[in-house]
Design a protein around this ligand. Structure first.
Ligand code: PEP
Length: 241
C-alpha cells in the first residue's frame, strides 16, 4: 500500500477551483485526504462522492451545538460529510493562541461526533535552537494521555510539522525528519498509538517529496501550498505510490 498524502488547502480556493481540483483527483482514482475550508466542504463532498478520496475539516469548535456565533461544531462537520479534522495545526496554535487545554476539548468533541482527528505537532525555530524540539514534540503528543486508550486509536494520523518549515520553503532535511519521526513513533507506541500513521509536513514540494517519503518512519505527507495545484499534488501523490 502507498503512503498517505493529505492536502491542507488552508484559507484558499473558491468553489469552482475546489470542484475542479477534487473532480480531477477523484476521476484519477486517487485516495488522497482533502482538507478544504468550511465553505468548500459540500462542494468537495459532491465532487468526491463515490471516490476513494477522503474529506476532512481544518478546525472544529470545542463546543456542542448552541449559541457560539461563528463556530462550526463537530456534528455540523459530520453533517457536511467530513470524516476527519485537523487539530493543533501550528497556524492555529500560534496565530490563534490555541492552548493544549483548548485542543483537548476539540479532540473530545471531534471524537464524540465520530470524526477522526489528525493531530499536528512540531517545534518552533526558537525551541529547536534552544535544544527543546524533542521535549516540545513529546509534550504535545502527551496531550492524548488525557484520552481513553480506545479514543487514541481513532486518530487518522499524527503529523510532525516543524513550525519553521511550514509555508517557508525550508523543509526539514531527511535527517531532521528521520530523527523526530523516530522519537515521535516511539512516543506514540508507548501511548497506544502504534497503528496510527505518522506524517511529515512542512514545505513539501514535488522536488523534495521523494526524499522525505523515503525517510524511515514517514508514513505519508501533509501538504499545504503544493496541494493547491493539480500538477504538483499529482506528482507528490505519484511519489507516494
Ligand atoms: C501545512 O499547512 O500543514 C503545511 C505543511 O503547509 P506547507 O506545505 O505550505 O508548508
Amino acid at each position: 500500500m502507498g503512503k498517505i498524502v493529505a492536502a491542507n488547502w488552508k484559507m484558499n480556493l473558491r468553489r469552482d477551483a475546489a470542484r475542479a481540483l477534487a473532480s480531477s483527483l477523484a476521476g484519477q482514482g486517487r485516495d488522497l485526504w482533502l482538507f478544504p475550508g468550511f465553505t468548500l466542504l459540500e462542494t468537495v463532498r459532491q465532487a468526491t462522492s463515490g471516490s476513494s478520496l477522503k474529506l476532512g475539516a481544518q478546525d472544529v469548535s470545542p463546543e456542542v451545538d448552541g449559541a457560539f456565533t461563528g463556530d462550526i461544531s463537530a456534528e455540523m462537520l459530520v453533517d457536511a460529510g467530513a470524516t476527519m479534522v485537523l487539530v493543533g495545526h501550528s497556524e492555529r496554535r500560534h496565530s490563534h493562541g490555541e492552548t493544549s487545554a483548548l485542543l483537548l476539548r476539540k479532540l473530545h468533541r471531534a471524537l464524540a461526533a465520530g470524526l477522526a482527528p489528525l493531530l499536528c505537532v512540531g517545534e518552533t525555530l526558537a525551541q529547536r535552537q534552544a535544544g527543546r524540539a524533542e521535549k516540545v514534540v513529546r509534550d504535545q503528543l502527551g496531550l492524548v494521555k488525557k484520552l481513553t486508550p480506545a479514543a487514541r486509536e481513532q486518530f487518522c494520523a499524527v503529523a510532525y510539522e516543524p513550525v519553521w518549515a511550514i509555508g517557508t520553503g525550508q523543509n526539514a532535511t531527511a535527517a531532521q525528519a528521520g530523527a523526530m519521526h523516530n522519537l515521535a513513533r516511539a512516543e506514540m507506541n508507548t501511548l497506544g498509538m502504534g497503528t496510527v500513521p505518522l506524517l511529515y509536513g512542512g514545505s513539501v514540494k514535488p522536488d523534495n517529496a521523494g526524499e522525505l517519503l523515503a525517510v524511515a518512519g514517514v508514513d505519508g505527507l501533509l501538504v499545504g501550498g503544493a496541494s493547491l495545484e493539480l500538477e504538483s499534488l499529482q506528482t507528490i501523490d505519484d511519489l507516494a505510490g
